[in-house]
Design a binder for this molecule. Structure first.
Ligand code: FMN
Length: 316
């Protein structure tokens, strides 16, 4: 096929030179196609192009627009993950302040195993004026916090940009819910909009760490005493990654991230898989109590992904 295109291109160029310049509009595209075909045949990277010169490029083009084709033509309103189109539409509508009510009728299979629903009551309660809140903090806590039921889950500064952090915190301030900082440190972007914060620390102790990577109680106490910080939280296992797993690649550690996290600029930081400040369940619980004291009596909690029932029971 390539030979045919090249032959046709040569003939068209010959006619354009010898007979009439009107042949050029045919000669130029044919010459380009012929050049692409020859290149496809001699290159050694893509077997698809060697086997199907020229036409094989359609495969790469379609692959490139696959997400759009999937989203616009294939995906149903309730298929997408983590948020389907229906949910995204509600978010867009609410963000723009337009109507966000949905009419009756559902496209979902409500008889599917695992489908979650609310059952009606014969004695419904009036909707409270203020959204319900739950008290966080037991008897040892001198500054308990009444937390909204839906809050912003931990996402570290560094994995999120400054603008994203500002937007989330501004939302928390406007909606009266809490914003978890994630373990990437407590930045000025978390504090500026004035939304309630849960300050999380992980194995890297970012934002309250010594040069050697140990927990720095003085720095923790100073930052945790801020008014916006309503709770403190300890994350077990590793993370904080605008890159790969528990590794913060040096190229991503710019001056600002370095300052917020107390780490050297431009140097790769590894979040160890374990905590330096405790190694047994009892020590873990004592450390959480210490966090509560250092924060001036604010609720202190922990987040983990339990891998072993026995380990978790030991903590309980
Ligand atoms: C960009 C990003 C950064 C995250 N950073 C943290 C973090 O610093 N600390 C943490 O405990 N969890 C972190 N997480 C995990 C979330 O808090 C949450 O547990 C996880 O995304 C599961 O919730 P989802 O199914 O609603 O996404 C992060 C998640 C994302 C998407």
């Amino acid at each position: 096929m390539v030979a045919v295109v090249v032959g046709a291109a040569l003939a068209a160029v010959g006619l354009a030179v010898a007979v009439s310049p009107w042949w050029w509009p045919a000669a130029v595209p044919l010459a380009l196609l012929g050049a692409v075909g020859v290149w496809d045949l001699v290159q050694r990277r893509h077997s698809v192009l060697r086997n199907y010169p020229v036409i094989g490029h359609a495969r790469f083009l379609l692959e490139r627009i696959r997400p759009e084709l999937q989203q616009y033509f294939v995906e149903r309103n309730f298929d997408g993950r983590p948020f389907d189109r229906d949910i995204r539409s509600i978010v867009y509508e609410r963000a723009k302040g337009t109507a966000a009510e949905e009419p009756f009728g559902t496209e979902r299979d409500v008889y599917q195993a695992g489908y979650e629903y609310l059952v009606p009551s014969m004695a419904p309660r009036p909707v409270p004026e203020d959204p319900p809140r739950v008290r966080i903090g037991g008897p040892d806590c001198t500054r308990p916090y009444d937390m909204a039921l839906l809050n912003v889950s931990a996402m570290s500064f560094g994995s999120l940009s400054a603008n994203a952090v500002l937007a989330l915190n501004r939302g928390a301030a406007a909606g009266g819910f809490a914003h978890d900082t994630g373990e990437g440190g407590l930045s000025e972007y978390h504090l500026r909009p004035g939304g309630d914060l849960v300050w999380e620390i992980g194995t890297g102790y970012f934002g309250c760490r010594t040069r050697e990577g140990d927990f720095d109680p003085g720095e923790f106490a100073e930052k945790a005493s801020g008014d916006s910080v309503k709770c403190v939280s300890l994350k077990l296992s590793q993370g904080a990654k605008p890159g790969i797993g528990g590794v913060l690649p040096g190229a991503k550690v710019n001056a600002e991230i370095a300052r917020v996290r107390d780490v050297p600029e431009g140097r790769t930081v590894v979040s160890p898989p374990y905590h330096r400040v405790f190694s047994t369940p009892r020590e873990l619980v004592r450390f959480i109590a210490r966090m509560r004291e250092l924060s001036g009596g604010k609720p202190a909690g922990f987040k983990l992904c339990p891998g072993s029932r026995r380990q978790f029971l030991a903590v309980c």
